[in-house]
Design a protein around this ligand. Structure first.
Ligand SMILES: Cc1ncc(COP(=O)(O)O)c(C=O)c1O
Length: 479
């Protein structure tokens, strides 16, 4: 197995095809980069040379028999699953597929509230009836984290007819829990467990990374390979390891939701990323861990900021996610902007934090980067005032009104956001990143939603949805 994981069958076939300078009388129209707008040709050149299509020898993602089948099999072997499917439209499409393969209109589904918008979209499209699970709130990192076992158990006992349990693990900040007990319990009710593990494609490396959802017994697991492995943006995996989920339905919906012209550079990068992660040694990981420790210590030495980590004994935090928290008069957003003045771009900011996603490799110039960070934060003064005054958002009060199908029939109107308390939201408002809906269509708007949206607006946070949020208005259903 170790040896086979050096193989990259899809990439090799693609490289061989493209190295022979083939004459293209097929799509795509750029003809291996020959036909392209002049000023960008050089930038795109190398990649376009690999941008082939379903030609003889290159297999077909939707009916894989040769090199794609072999590449997917190697991934399945590495991840220890029955079958792995390559995704060319991110975990977004994986989440749509796993939900459509398990749920139908009016199916009851138990779902973690702090999930990515793609899960909510899938539930809306399929017309499911969600039963939301409210997450713990982590006092140190100041974000919602995981669903405790007891909460899931009580919900499953009340809804034993649920068609799926949908969890997100780890959260965006890399906080993960062992799902084994939850999965075992759901399985006793024959409920399949679908896990959005978008941020955990590298957990397959084992210690010191958190336990994988597959190792915990999950039925379907979706991972954004592109988030933490060296894969191209949108490249993701969907793993199936289950007797409760119909694999033919998974295959059917993969064809429904994915392009009939999937990108070969993306697919081949999934083959390469799998080989990359499979061949990282314990020593490599150890070196990365030491460097991350050094990085965290250096951040902790800077006045006005602190590395925040969950102290919850059930939480294991991903080594690659480093959360830097304000201890000065600047919010997370302002700290992030300061870093950008030094050309350092981070994954996200929230009122308290800035999140770094560390590479799954050793950085060559750590001291230099740390020097830049120090320069960006030069002159910060320690102060807890802002930190104490900011109010974090938790999803503790969830109140979904009626089913998505019924909501569709109701008339809508816009109201001033400060007068929206108690009304039912007719739009979804999503701070992006992280892409977790703060307010969802069908949710009863409470004071916490309103105050947090106003707080984020004050920080000029970027939103998706919220058509008239700039005018302080929110769309609601008329009663
Ligand atoms: C938890 C989670 N799930 C799913 C997604 C969607 O992933 P992708 O961008 O690969 O479509 C994201 C993206 O940020 C995410 O954070």
């Amino acid at each position: 197995m170790e040896h086979k994981q050096h193989e990259t069958p899809l990439y090799n076939a693609l490289k061989q095809h493209c190295s022979a300078n083939p004459l293209s009388f097929h799509v795509p129209g750029h003809k291996y980069g020959e036909v392209f707008l002049k000023q960008a040709k050089e930038d795109y050149q190398h990649l376009l040379k690999l941008d082939a299509t379903e030609l003889n020898g290159l297999d077909d993602l939707h009916q894989p028999e040769t090199v794609i089948a072999a590449a997917q099999r190697l991934a399945a072997e590495l991840y220890g699953v029955d079958e792995t499917f390559f995704l060319v439209n991110g975990s977004t499409v994986g989440n749509l597929v796993m939900i459509f393969a398990t749920c139908e209109e009016n199916s009851k589904v138990i779902v973690q509230r702090n999930c990515h918008k793609s899960i909510i979209h899938a539930l809306q499209l399929v017309g499911a009836t969600p039963v939301f699970l409210s997450p713990q709130f982590d006092d140190n990192v100041k974000v919602p984290s995981y669903i405790p076992y007891e909460v899931v158990k009580q919900t499953v006992e009340c809804h034993p007819d649920a068609k799926a349990l949908i969890l997100t693990n780890p959260n965006y900040y890399g906080m993960a829990v062992d799902l084994t007990e939850i999965v075992d319990m759901a399985h006793r009710y024959h409920i399949p467990v679908l896990v959005d593990e978008a941020h955990g494609a590298h957990f397959v490396l084992g210690h010191p990374f958190p336990k994988t959802a597959i190792a915990c017994g999950a039925d379907v697991v979706v991972q954004s390979a592109h988030k933490t492995l060296p894969a191209m943006t949108m490249g993701s995996y969907l793993h199936v390891n289950s007797s409760l989920v119909d694999k033919d339905k998974i295959k059917y919906f993969l064809q429904v939701f994915q392009s009939s012209s999937p990108s070969y550079p993306i697919m081949a990068s999934l083959d390469l990323a799998r080989s990359y992660v499979a061949n990282l040694s314990t020593k490599d990981i150890h070196h990365i861990q030491k460097q991350v420790d050094l990085w965290k210590n250096a951040l902790n030495d800077i006045e006005g900021i602190e590395v925040a980590e969950s102290q919850d004994p059930l939480v294991s935090t991903d080594l690659l996610k480093i959360t830097m928290q304000t201890r000065c008069t600047l919010s997370g957003y302002e700290l992030q902007k300061r870093l950008e003045t030094e050309n350092i771009f981070t994954e996200l900011a929230d009122p308290f934090n800035v999140l770094f996603v560390y590479p799954l490799a050793l950085l060559e110039n750590v001291e230099k980067i740390i020097g830049k960070i120090k320069r960006a934060f030069d002159g910060l003064q320690c102060s807890e005032d802002l930190f104490q005054s900011l109010k974090p958002f938790s999803f503790t009060e969830i109140s979904q009104s009626i089913s998505y199908r019924e909501l569709k029939k109701l008339p809508q109107k816009f109201v001033h956001i400060e007068q929206a308390e108690g009304l039912v939201a007719a739009e979804t408002i999503i701070p992006y990143p992280p892409g977790i809906p703060l307010l969802m269509t069908g949710e009863v708007i409470n004071d916490k939603h309103i105050q947090y949206i106003l707080e984020l607006k004050k920080h000029r946070s970027h939103f998706q949805g919220g058509k008239k949020l700039a005018l302080h208005q929110v769309e609601v259903f008329e009663k």
